[in-house]
Design a protein around this ligand. Structure first.
Ligand code: NZQ
Ligand code: ZN
Length: 396
């Protein structure tokens, strides 16, 4: 294959202030006030923050800074549009000026959707169907409790519309949080399944950027390889030592860097696996990371022949596979196999059948993913409906 695409021109700006480390949530109130907040909407999920005591610490910090606090709880994994609409109404009714998301990607994405929805006259779902683009947002800040989605410093939000089971992303520079508090100690209470899902998603954000048709991007190749190695090395350690601060610090910071767009610079990411996975989450409500651990190896098996050399490089540098120079495809396939073994070691399913998804739904998911076979997914290799069904079959 002959490549002519060299490092792309780029603008890079990530405006989110990251406050990283032990006890950093104690600074919440002061930071929110510094960002001009007077009325804060505290947004959170199903109650983990109450069990861990974080809720008490955060509300105390906000009140000590003289801020008026309103609340909206109940964000579910794969955050729902109906709660976003409720949040939009609350923000308008009380003239909220900062939304504080305390939780994981679902809570943060819900807060981001409320932020862009509250300053828009139409329906916030318009931003997720492409009917409109955000023109502004209320300020959003986050306290991260699960290293995974990278939403704490990303310009994206992913929302599920219960009506039709559609999970769709929206990207806009108005969506970056103003600040994010990242204390690795807050992850100590995560169950093993969420450790696995979260670290799979972090890996996936680097995978999506790594497989590109752009050449002469050695620096970002190697930064991504380092991040992938860091996850492969540290994630399994958390299974036996879920309260190991140093390991969580490695994983949490890798999770932020994996998705703050630094690793995109000069290259064009793929994102086909993410788009395919959104159909699994949208239709079957499975966790995003769990879906990715199934889809990514299948996607790799489908596309590796497009650039065997890049897959062999991935195998050699990320999984230390000895390079077979005569048969580089063997090296490539060994790398894919070792990635599957990593996910299995994390206790994850790597086949659709293991999570109860059968070929009855392949056609419908592929149809939805491609809007009736009218829009191809991915950039590394363009995937039409037929290709996506083949990937589902490889993941069966
Ligand atoms: O709701 P609570 O009770 O808080 O429980 C949550 C939830 O059940 C629990 N949890 C979180 N922190 C915890 C904890 N349990 C114990 N101790 C803690 N410290 O974990 C469960 C999962 O939370 P969730 O927020 O859904 O996880 P995650 O961070 O993986 O977020 C997934 C969502 O992010 C989206 C995904 O599509 C998915 O909807 N993504 C967002 C992106 C973005 N905005 O840039 C990019 C990603 O690719 C991803 O698509
Ligand atoms: Zn993801």
């Amino acid at each position: 294959m002959c490549y002519t695409v060299i490092m792309n021109n780029f603008d890079f700006k990530n405006p989110t202030q990251i406050i990283f480390g032990k006890d950093s949530e104690k600074r919440t109130g002061v930071l929110a006030a510094e960002y001009g907040a007077k009325k804060v909407l505290l947004h959170y999920g199903g109650g983990s923050i109450k069990k861990t005591g974080l809720y008490d610490r955060v509300t105390a910090s906000l009140k000590a800074a003289g801020l008026e606090v309103f609340e909206l709880a109940g964000v579910k994994p794969n955050p729902r549009l109906s709660l976003v609409r409720e949040g939009v109404s609350l923000c308008r009714e009380h003239s909220i000026d900062l939304i504080l998301a305390v939780g994981g990607g679902s809570v943060i994405d819900s807060a981001k959707a409320i932020g862009i929805g509250a300053v828009y006259e139409g329906d916030v779902w318009d931003f997720y169907t492409g009917k409109a683009e955000p023109q502004g947002s209320l300020k959003v800040a986050t306290i991260l409790t699960i290293p995974a989605a990278g939403s704490e410093s990303s310009n994206g939000s992913v929302i599920t519309n219960e009506d039709g089971g559609l999970k769709r992303p929206c990207g806009s520079d108005f969506i970056y949080p103003v600040f994010s508090i990242c204390n690795p100690e807050l992850a100590f209470t995560l169950p093993v399944s969420q450790i696995a899902n979260g670290t799979a998603d972090i890996f996936a954000h680097m995978h999506e950027r790594y497989f590109t048709n752009v050449k002469q991007v050695d620096l970002t190749d190697r930064l991504i390889e380092a991040g992938m190695r860091n996850i492969i090395h540290h994630a399994p350690r958390l299974l036996d030592n879920p309260e190991d601060y140093d390991t969580w610090a490695e994983v949490m910071w890798t999770g932020t860097i994996a998705h703050n767009n630094l690793l995109d610079t000069g290259r064009v990411g793929d994102w086909g696996s993410h788009d395919i996975e959104h159909e699994l989450s949208g239709m079957f409500d499975i966790a995003h990371g769990a879906g990715l651990a199934i889809i990514i190896p299948a996607w790799m098996k489908y596309v590796y022949k497009h650039d065997v050399e890049l897959f062999a490089q991935f195998a050699e540098r990320v999984f230390f596979v000895e390079r077979d120079y005569v048969n580089p495809w063997k090296t490539a396939l060994e790398g894919i196999y070792r990635l599957e073994q990593h996910f299995k070691r994390m206790g994850m399913a790597i086949r659709l059948s293991e999570v109860g998804i059968t070929d009855d739904s392949f056609d419908e998911m592929a149809e939805k993913a491609t809007a009736g076979d009218s829009a191809a997914l991915g950039n590394f290799v363009k995937l039409d409906k037929t290709a996506i069904i083949k990937i589902f079959k490889l993941a069966e």
